[in-house]
Design a protein around this ligand. Structure first.
Ligand SMILES: Nc1ncnc2c1ncn2[C@@H]1O[C@H](COP(=O)(O)OP(=O)(O)OP(=O)(O)O)[C@@H](O)[C@H]1O
Ligand SMILES: [Mg+2]
Length: 457
């Protein structure tokens, strides 16, 4: 909004740059020093200066600002390192202001944008009363660091007689300047005008820095996501090939089991070498195990028929445990089952088996070598069937107890986990109108997964 009538404020601003600058220097040279008590120190509120006021008073007031100051400010504003982040922008502006006002302390209280995805987690900062994350930056003339010591957030430089602050952003980021010259507090001084422009420039710079950071973060997330998708695709096709291979193995294995059983029966009926009988028994047992494994694998990898039926939970758990036999053996884990009689649940047995296979596999991966304990329980809770799968593994940090269900969240090394297991588990449980959560085991070691399922109506 342009002004037409000259106001007293305008008149005051009609002083030339030289007059004003020389006045300031004269005052400094005479050592004029007014100590103002803290309660009288006018510290401007951190509310942003309204745009209208800035434009009208700035246009007139800037005439009083020495050209060299404006030049330095212009160069600094153009060169703000927005691609290096908020902190770099603030520091660049403070360095420029420190050049312009070498006798003053200059500082900023930067209120950060909320960190996204924990990318800024290493930032050391405090929180203000509203919970926003903020950090203070101060630049003092050489040898005057002691004047910036203090805890009062409204006075970044308690050692100077005067200090004022300007809002640089609506979120509460402020720019501060402190000095001993009373002229500093003059709303129409060259210092004040240059500070207003610097605050404006810094505010814009911060805005660009955040947009830049956000764009970079989005691009990184997209790249990571694409990598995960390629990996998931590869695993899916590998799964299909494996299922095909397993299916082909089924028939010859069935023949092996049938013929070894026949031979065993024959040999036990006629006088034979007991060592040969034992050998044949071992062949039969191994082949039977392989057959069970391949059948389970085929069932597991077959797409669900999306048909619900009454399911006995203990049977599904037993199948999942049998399917995980090799993982359990590899971990050297001891398995205990605490099953009580519970109603059948309404569900898809293959999918429910998949839930327990994932939980048991994760538990085995987390357990201490050869000292693992896996406990599976069933019970009834508030008209629902409750199943718990508990281990004595390394546990899950509290802050990750919900993240673990997010697709692609994994703490396992590349090739060991894709981070899809628990997201699939949660989907299946939710499809069954059930609930699932993870909690630490009370004794401090291990994790318990709790699942609640709806019984058959
Ligand atoms: N019983 C457990 N004990 C400790 N950490 C666990 C347990 N279960 C899951 N986790 C944590 O949750 C993460 C996610 O598990 P999820 O099953 O989704 O993926 P994953 O096991 O890493 O990979 P995969 O897709 O092969 O299953 C794991 O990487 C692990 O950090
Ligand atoms: Mg897993």
């Amino acid at each position: 909004m342009a002004k037409t009538d000259a106001t007293p404020e305008d008149k005051a601003s009609e002083k030339t740059a030289e007059e004003r600058a020389s006045g300031e220097h004269a005052r400094r040279a005479s050592g004029e020093h007014q100590q103002v008590s803290e309660s009288h120190t006018p510290v401007q509120s951190s509310m942003p200066v309204s745009r209208e006021v800035r434009i009208s008073s700035g246009r007139l007031g800037l005439a009083s600002v020495p050209g060299t100051w404006l030049d330095r400010l212009l160069v600094a504003t153009i060169d703000l390192p927005v691609s290096e982040g908020e902190e770099a922008v603030v520091l660049a502006m403070l360095r420029a202001l420190s050049d312009i006002l070498p006798a003053c302390g200059v500082g900023a209280c930067l209120v950060y944008a909320p960190p996204a995805n924990g990318l800024n987690a290493e930032r050391k900062s405090t929180r203000d009363l509203s919970g926003a994350e903020q950090k203070v930056y101060k630049v003092t003339p050489p040898g005057e660091d002691h004047r910036a010591v203090g805890m009062d957030p409204t006075r970044l430089f308690p050692g100077y007689a005067f200090e004022f602050s300007l809002g640089a952003e609506p979120n509460g980021t402020t720019l501060h300047v402190a000095g001993d010259d009373p002229n500093l507090m003059d709303a129409d001084s060259a210092t004040r005008h240059v500070l207003e422009r610097a605050a404006q420039g810094m505010g814009r710079g911060l805005l660009f820095a955040r947009s830049h950071g956000k764009a970079n973060e989005d691009a990184t997330n997209l790249r990571v996501l694409m990598g995960h998708m390629v990996q998931a695709e590869k695993l899916a096709s590998l799964g299909q090939i494996a299922a095909g291979v397993v299916h082909e193995l089924n028939n010859p294995l069935t023949s092996i089991v049938a013929y070894t059983d026949l031979l065993l029966r024959k040999m036990t009926a006629t006088p034979s070498d007991p060592a040969d009988v034992e050998r044949l028994r071992r062949i039969s047992e191994s082949a039977t195990r392989m057959l069970r494994f391949t059948r389970d694998l085929v069932t597991y990898s077959r797409p669900s028929q999306q048909r619900t039926e009454p399911v006995r939970v203990s049977t599904v758990i037993d199948r999942a445990l049998a399917f995980c036999e090799h993982v359990i053996a590899e971990a050297g884990a001891e398995v205990s089952r605490d099953f009580v009689t519970v109603p059948d649940v309404s569900g898809m047995p293959e999918q429910l088996a998949q839930v327990f296979v994932n939980l048991v596999t994760n538990a085995c991966h987390a357990m201490p070598a050869s000292a693992g304990r896996l406990r599976v329980t069933t019970s009834v809770l508030d008209d629902r069937v409750k199943v718990t799968v508990e281990d004595n593994g390394h546990g899950i940090p509290v802050e990750n107890l919900t993240n673990i269900f997010t697709p692609f969240f994994t703490t396992k090394s590349e090739g060991r986990g894709t981070g899809l297991g628990l997201s699939i588990v949660r989907n299946i449980v939710e499809q069954h109108q059930g609930e699932i959560w993870a909690e630490p085991v009370e004794d401090g070691t291990g994790t318990r997964f709790v699942i609640l399922l709806k019984p058959v109506a």
